[in-house]
Design a protein around this ligand. Sequence first.
Ligand code: CDP
Length: 817
Amino acid sequence: MGREEDAGTVGELSQTGVSKVTTQARDEIKIGGLGASRKRVEDNRFIRGKGNYVDDIVLPGMLHMEILRSPLAHARIVSIDTSKAWAIPGVRLVLTGEMMATRNLAWMPTLSYDTQAVLATDKVRFQGQEVACVIADDPYIAKDACEAIVVEYEALPVIVNPTQAMAEGAPLIRDDKENQQDNVIFDWEVGDRDGTERAFAQADLVSTLELHYPRSHPSPMECCGSIADFNRSTSKLTVYMTTQAPHIIRAAVALVAELPEHMIRIVSPDLGGGFGNKVPVYPGYVMSILASILLERPVKWIEDKTGNLISTGFARDIYLRGEMALRKDGKILGVRMHTDSDHGAFFSDAQPSKFKIGLMHSAFSCYDIPSAHLTARGVYTNKAPGGVAYRCSFRVTEAMFFQERMVQAAADDLGLDQAEFRRRNFVRDDDFPHRTPFGFLTDSGQYGKCLDVGLQAIGYEDFLKQKEEAKQRGRLLGIGISTMTEPLGAGNSREYDILGIKMFDSAELRVHMTGKAILRTGAKTQGQGHETTWAQIVAHELGIPAEDVVVEEGDTDTAPFGMGTYASRSTPVAGAAVAMVSRKVRAKARKLAAHLLEVSEEDIEWELGRFYVRSAPDNGVTIQDCAFAAYSNMPDGMEPGLENVAYYDPPNLTWPFACYIATVEVDPQTGVWDVLRVVAVDDCGVRINPMVVEGQIMGGLTEAYAMASMQFITFDAQGNCIGSNYMDYLLPTAWETPGYELHEVVTPCPHHPIGAKGIGECATVGGPAAFVNAVLDAIKDSGVRNIDMPLLPDRVYEALTQRHDVSGAPPVKMDDQ
Ligand code: CDP
C-alpha cells in the first residue's frame, strides 16, 4: 500500500498504542486533524455571550407576531371576534384561519404526507393549537391584542390515548380529511410473520412485556422562532429561522407558498439546541412569512417556553407489547412486537417515507435472532403533534429501550445472569456483515468486547456480591445494563427519502490562494461542534491546519443542498462529504504539484500537507504552495482556482455500539433512588474529536437520566397538558446529574471514508434502559416487571409496596378532578 492510500485510512490512528503512533498521526494532532481533542472554536463566541440567535437579529422596520392558542383540546369554533384586537393602537394585522384560507394557507402539508392546520378554521384539535395571530409594533402590544380576541368554542369529547382513539364510536378527530373514517393513521408491518410463528412454536419459554414510553419534549434552551423579511422591490424572501434543515424549509416554502425557490433564502443562525424540536415546519413560521408578504415589513415571531412545551416537537408516546421466544439454554429464537403510537392531531414528524414507524424495526439488531415480526399502528389523538425524533433516529430510542427492557425481563424469566444472556445472543465479531431479523445489514462491531470493558469497569462480580450483602441489611441495590447497536446516518438514497427527496448530504470546499479555506455543508450544527470537527476532517485529508479552515452552515444562498442535521446523520453523511470534497481538492492539488515540481503526476507521492517526488523525497511542495499556484501559476489549460463540491450518498447506515451500565440504590421507605455509578463504553468508529465525542455522550446520558427519573409531561382526561412548565418537566442541573465514567472501543466503519460512525444520540437512546433496568433490578424481589418512566419516587414506592407494575399512561388523575 502506497503512502497516498495510507493517508486516507485512519482506523489505525485510534487503535494503535502510543508507542506505535506514526509520524503522520503526531503531525496530524499538531494541526488539529483526526483524533485531536481540539477545543470547540464556536465556544469562543458562545461563552462570551456573542452567539447570534434568531432573537438577536433586529431588522429595520421589524414588526412582532404573537399567537393565540386554544385553551381546549377538542372543540368546534363557533366564532372568532377580532374587532377589539384590531382597535388596539400599534396592531398592524390580525390573522385568522378564515383569512389564511382565502390564500389557501389555512392548512399545510406535513413532512409525513399528512396535512396540518396553520390556523384553526373548523375546530381545534389539541390544547395549544394556533387559533389566531397578531402582528404589532412590539411584542407586548401583540400579546395584549391576542388576549382581546374573543373565540367562542363548543367543546367536543377528548381523546388522549390510543385505546380511546380506537374505541368503538370514538369521535373522529380528523373529520377534515375526506376518506378518514376512524382515528387510525397507519397500520404497518415488517418482518417474517410465519417464521416468527414457527419460532414461537418451538420455544421452551415465552417472555412478555408491555410498557409505555411516555411523551417527552426535547426542550432546547432556545424556543422556535423566525423573522420573515419579504422585499417587494427585489421579490426576495429572506427568513431567519430556528431550523435544523434549512434546505428542506426552502423547498417547502417554494412548493406551499408557490414562491420561486431562487427567491427564497433561509438562514438558520446559531441555534440554542435543537434535539429534533427544530425539524418540523411549524405554523408560526408560515404565519410570519405570510404576514411579511402582506405587510412588506420584516415580521418576527419568537415562541415562549409554554408555547414551546405544549405545542411543538413532542416525542415518543408509544405503547409497546412484546413477546420473546426463548430456548432454556438462553437462546432467543424469535421476537414479536406490536406498537401503538400516539401522533397527536396531525402526523407531522419527519419520517423516511418508506418506514411508517421510523426505524422501530432496528430493535434487536445487535442480537442474533432468526426471525422477528413487528406490527405498528399510528393513531390521532387530541394532543399536539408528536413523534419527533428527539435526539434519535426516527423511533430508535423507543426501539432500543424496548429491546433492552425485554432482554432484562427475559433474562430474569430464564433465571440467567443478564450480562451472560446478552453475551450468548450477541452477533459475533466474525459474523459481519450481518442481516438483522428485520432486514438491516450491520457491518461491524465488537459487542462482546464492549460489554466486557463495561463489566470490568463497573466491577460487575463485586457489585453482585455487594448487592447480596446489602440485601441482608435491608438495602436495595440494583444494576442495569443496556447494550445496543443503533442505525445512524440516514441514509442511502435507495431506501431513505423525506417527501421523495433523497437523504444525501453535501460539502463545498474553497481553498484560497494563501492556503486558508472555507467549508460549507448541507448540515446544520445546533451545538454539536461542526465548526470544529469538520475543519479537522479537512486537516486530516489535506494537511491544512484546522485553524485555517472556517466552517459555515445554515444559509441556503451559500451552502450546498443538504437534508440537515438530525438523527446523528451529520458525521455519517455530511462528514463523509467533507472527506470526499477534500479528496477532490487534493486530486487537483496533485496536478498543480506535478506542474510545480516539473514531474509527471505518477511520480508524485503524498504525505500530510505535502506532495513530493517519489525518487527525491526532499523535493516537495506544500498544499499551501499548490493553493497559491492555483491562482498564480497553473499549467496551460487548467481551470484556475482550488475548490470543489461533493454530494455524498452513503452506501449504508453506520452502526455504532454502546454499553451503558448504571448502579443505583432505592430507598424502600420513600421510593427515592440514587445513582451510584454510570459506566459508558461507546464504539463510534474513528473519533474525529475525542473531547467532542465525550461531550456528546455526557449530554446524552444526562438526557437519558432525566427521562428515566424526572421528566413528567402528560395529559388529563380533558387533554390539558400537565407538566408544561419547568416546575414539573425537570431539566437536570449539575446538582442532580450523576458522574459518568467513559470508555471506548474503536471498530472503524468499513464504508465511511474516515471510518467514523455517528455518536450524537447514542447515549440518549441507550441510556434510559440502563437506569430503569437498574431500579427494577433493585426491587426484583417484589415481582414487579415494569414501572413506566419517569420513575418518580411515588411510582417506585407504589410498585414496591403494592407489588404491581405501575403505568404512567394518560389520562392522569389530578387531585382536583
Ligand atoms: O448529526 P449530529 O451532528 O447531531 O451527530 P454526529 O454526526 O454523531 O456528531 C456529533 C458531533 O460529534 C460532531 O461534532 C461530530 O463531528 C463529532 N463526532 C466525532 O468527533 N467523531 C465521531 N466518530 C462521530 C461524531
